[in-house]
Write a protein that binds this ligand. Structure first.
Ligand code: FPP
Length: 222
């Protein structure tokens, strides 16, 4: 969800105003994804690298994300949507973690759209966590090194029971992956738009999905 800061700066507003506007985009995209019948929508909300931003922006983002998620609980329930978190949740401030975990718990039995919020997420950290968990299984005698497979690695990731993404949308024109789901996006289709996240509307999502539907996916085959 890139471009909140630029959106605000271009209007002579503080960066936090862009994040507030970004929450409105997130809300409308969750609604649109649910209405489209998508099964999974992953939103990259806070990366492990984002901790190095100015302290006031970090603490504002933490409380904004926690408040936004809690404010959405009634609508998530009404839409039968489930919230899950990808990332090192134990590294979040205790109050933020409890707030988000409450919504995760309340929505756990919902069977519609899965909203996956990457929060304190970094793909390399995810891989480190996965390799540590596999190493522990080997030390415990539960796994042999030669039995490590793509499936075993996928099962050790935060996304263990979640299919790999079909489509990755990157806003604000950035032509890079920025440590997002590195293992899972091996064959994901990429769609980059210059639109800044606060200006991203359901029509942009529909355009991305329509273009995706017109692509031929070969998965390395002919
Ligand atoms: C990137 O903009 C956005 C973030 C660091 C995350 C914040 C996202 C939101 C508040 C959207 C709401 C999400 C949910 C799930 C409620 P940036 O600050 O990197 O902008 P810039 O690239 O223009 O500086």
């Amino acid at each position: 969800m890139d471009g909140n800061g630029r959106w605000a700066t271009r209007r002579g507003l503080p960066r936090v105003a862009g994040h507030h506007e970004g929450v409105k985009s997130a809300r409308s995209i969750v609604r649109a994804a649910s209405a489209l019948g998508l099964r999974y929508l992953t939103l990259y909300a806070f990366s492990t690298e984002n901790w190095s931003r100015p302290a006031d922006e970090v603490s504002m983002l933490m409380s904004l994300l926690e408040r936004s998620v809690n404010a959405e609980l009634p609508e998530l329930m009404a839409r039968n949507a489930r919230l899950r978190v990808l990332g090192r949740t134990h590294g979040l401030p205790a109050g933020v973690r409890r707030g988000v975990e409450h919504v995760v718990h309340e929505t756990r039995n919902n069977t519609g759209l899965n909203v996956l919020m990457a929060f304190n997420y970094g793909a390399r950290d995810e891989l480190i966590d996965a390799f540590r968990s596999l190493a522990r299984q080997i030390v415990a005698g539960e796994l042999k090194p030669e039995d490590i497979s793509e499936k075993k690695i996928s099962e050790a990731l935060y996304t263990a029971d979640i299919p790999d993404p079909d489509l990755l949308i990157r806003t604000s024109g950035e032509m890079r992956i920025s440590n997002f789901l590195l293992w899972q996006i091996a064959y994901t289709e990429l769609w980059v738009t210059p639109t800044l996240w606060p200006d991203f509307r359901p029509a942009d999502l529909y355009r991305a999905v329509a273009e995706f539907q017109g692509r031929t996916r070969r998965f390395g085959k002919v």
